[in-house]
Design a protein around this ligand. Sequence first.
Ligand code: ATP
Ligand code: NNR
Length: 200
Amino acid sequence: MRKVIIGIGGTTNGGKTTLSKSLQELLCNSCVISQDNFFKDDSVVPTDINGFKQYDSLDALHMDRMMGDIGSWQENPEHFMTSHGFAVKSTASEPPNVFVLIVEGFLIFNHRHLNSLFNKKYFLQIPYETCKERRSSRVYVPPDPPGYLDGYVWPMYLKNRKAMEEAVNDIVFLDGTQKRETLLSTVLADIQECLWLHRD
Ligand SMILES: Nc1ncnc2c1ncn2[C@@H]1O[C@H](COP(=O)(O)OP(=O)(O)OP(=O)(O)O)[C@@H](O)[C@H]1O
Ligand SMILES: NC(=O)c1ccc[n+]([C@@H]2O[C@H](CO)[C@@H](O)[C@H]2O)c1
């Protein structure tokens, strides 16, 4: 049995969740772990000197719990999938021979250990204007206070991205302003080639 881990990182609102969900629906025996599900409680996230909550940092995330979930999938993908509501496709005569885990999030390539687990890394980048427009129609919990993107989120994106580029190579950069269908077909074809090249 083979296990493949795909990383979908990128700018906030780059389209990571959208792309990951579509890939998961099309890739047999795949499931998604989203970094956004591991944010710490607001009460323990510190505030910077400008009064902005410091959410765009690995310190604001329960990375230990996220790594724990990835470890559970590695130990037993079939059990992980069924206990997290993902369908496993197999027959008695033909058990699944490949499981795919899609890990998506804005800081997945800034975590050294997590980085070492990926078979393939994609980064959905969007320019500032696109990010501002998309993020303004999103409501996070807690919601973005006025000036949050300009005063905190975008400067942190540039900082985290620089650190990522200094530490990580073999990332496939994608233009997140492309159509959803274009992004999906490009990445799907690339993953399928990767699965084919590394078949048993
Ligand atoms: N290719 C695309 N073209 C236009 N809009 C898109 C595209 N992909 C996603 N969107 C829209 O952009 C917004 C952000 O998408 P999504 O939630 O997938 O991004 P994300 O990278 O997961 O964001 P987050 O910063 O919360 O992690 C949503 O409103 C979504 O519908
Ligand atoms: N708890 C959350 O999901 C949460 C709370 C506050 C801010 N965010 C934002 O999520 C983005 C990553 O997807 C980051 O840019 C955070 O600012 C998320």
